[in-house]
Write a protein that binds this ligand. Structure first.
Ligand code: SF4
Length: 453
């Protein structure tokens, strides 16, 4: 039947599994927003921005950047990586383009929505249930423009709207990276009581453990020099953000469309291949007599007492290795041991995507001669921001990064010219890698800054 896919996109992290948590929570909330499928994608982890569109079941895709402000990521990186022609500010109502046969509606980030003012005030109330308007200042904290030249606009608009609500004697926007500095909050709040609300999408390192200390506060609620100073949790993780997101995606102009033919063919190929049992990377998929499929680490075959992991938890469970380390590129070796999942046939697609995002669509495209391979020179040429220097990386630096990263990865780097005879869908163990991942790009950038011995 026709349907619509919703993609919720976030930044993610090469280092920290918690960074993506808010995006996953938003995606769970949006399951009830009327779409037939809700997927997530990330800049710095898998499913990556380059892969994720291919994993959409339907030819009609609404893309919501789960970002708190407009700027570098929402206007340059995400459109570029998704394959949109649009660059720059996204108009109200979003941008609609056709990408590889899919109609893509690309929306503005949720953080600029006027309804975020209510979320900001809710966060203030949580940390300070009542306050005296004439004696209290609101501080809206932002990063500043070092990472995102336009990020101040969203913070200043939020402070302006909150100030206009008439609930505070004064509302100020302060920044971590530039003036007016958050650490100078005393100068910007007179002798008033203060409520600080971080206008951030996720906790990141700005948690209640670290940020109050950075700002010279003994804790989330402090009494300093005769005034009360309260530090709230970030706006982006507030449950009320869910209704802002729901409004945004429901306003988008998407109409149900047919299932993408290549997508359907890829999953039909998986269905057939899985009938007789299948090894995908370190994962074993085994059909059960009751018609379900069991998934576990291939080395755990026959091991009793494996922990049963529900489908909804599978991506998070397999996103860390047995030492608890984050696995931003899921096909790098280190799939954790000791668990199993049981899924009905209709959920096999989602289960495999949770463990190894996009491998089925990419393997099927390779087998069908339809996987576009992007050579390193092309990947390097489109890098910007902090990764721009990789454009001038000599071949030996790229080779060094490959030896460090790709050697521990189950994918074959086709982008570097390595051969792949058959994929796991066509009789071989192979998983194709069509272009260098952001972990590799990042490693090349680090090698250029400080060559490893
Ligand atoms: Fe794996 Fe290397 Fe491809 Fe990254 S670039 S996904 S490490 S093969």
């Amino acid at each position: 039947a026709p349907g619509r896919t919703l993609l919720v996109l976030g930044h993610g992290s090469h280092l920290n599994a918690d960074s993506a948590r808010a995006v996953h929570a938003h995606a769970r909330t949006l399951q009830g927003a009327g779409f037939d499928e809700v997927l997530t994608g990330f800049w710095k982890e898998e499913p990556s921005l380059r892969q994720v569109l291919r994993t959409a079941r339907y030819r009609e895709v609404t893309v919501l950047p789960a970002f708190i402000s407009e700027g570098y990521f929402t206007e340059e990186v995400i459109p570029r990586e998704l394959g949109l022609r649009h660059q720059g500010r996204v108009p109200d109502g979003g941008v609609t383009e056709t990408v590889a046969g899919r109609t893509v509606h690309y929306l503005r980030p949720y953080g600029i929505h006027a309804a975020m003012t209510g979320v900001l005030l809710d966060r203030a109330r949580e940390v300070c249930p009542t306050w005296t308007p004439e004696r209290t200042a609101l501080v809206v904290l932002g990063h500043g423009t070092r990472r995102n030249p336009r990020s101040k606009e969203a913070i200043e608009a939020a402070a302006r709207r909150a100030g206009a609500a008439g609930l505070f004697a004064h509302a100020a926007a302060l920044y971590l990276d530039e003036p007016p500095h958050a650490t100078d909050w005393r100068e910007h709040t007179g002798g008033l009581d203060v409520i600080m609300v971080p206008f951030f999408a996720s906790e990141g390192w700005h948690t209640l453990d670290t940020m109050p200390a950075e700002l010279g506060l003994p804790g989330p609620v402090s009494h300093l020099d005769g005034r009360a100073v309260s530090y709230a949790r970030p706006v982006g993780t507030h449950p009320a953000v869910g209704s802002v997101l729901t409004r945004l995606v429901q306003e988008a102009p998407a109409r149900p469309a047919p299932v993408d033919a290549d997508h359907a063919a890829a999953w039909a190929a998986l269905d057939t291949a899985a009938e007789g049992g299948l090894d995908v990377g370190e994962l074993r998929v085994t059909p059960q007599p009751d018609g379900t499929f069991a998934l576990h680490h291939a080395a755990d075959a026959g091991t009793p007492g494996l922990t049963r992991v529900p489908l909804d938890d599978l991506a998070a469970w397999t996103g860390r290795d047995n030492q608890g380390e984050h696995r931003p590129i899921r096909t790098r070796r280190g799939l954790p041991r000791g668990w199993q999942a049981r899924v009905p046939r209709e959920h096999l697609r989602a289960a495999l995507h949770a463990v190894y995002p996009a491998v089925t669509e990419e393997a099927h495209a390779w087998d069908a001669g339809k996987l576009l391979v992007t050579p390193w020179a092309e990947t390097a040429a489109r890098q910007s921001g902090r990764y721009r220097p990789v454009r001038r990386a000599p071949p030996e630096t790229v080779q060094a990064a490959r030896e460090r990263l790709c050697a521990g990865c189950l994918r074959t780097p086709l982008w570097a010219g390595e051969p792949l005879a058959a994929t796991f869908l066509s009789g071989g163990p192979g998983l194709p890698c069509a272009e260098a991942c952001t972990l590799l790009v990042s490693d090349v950038a680090h090698l250029l800054e400080a060559p490893h011995p």
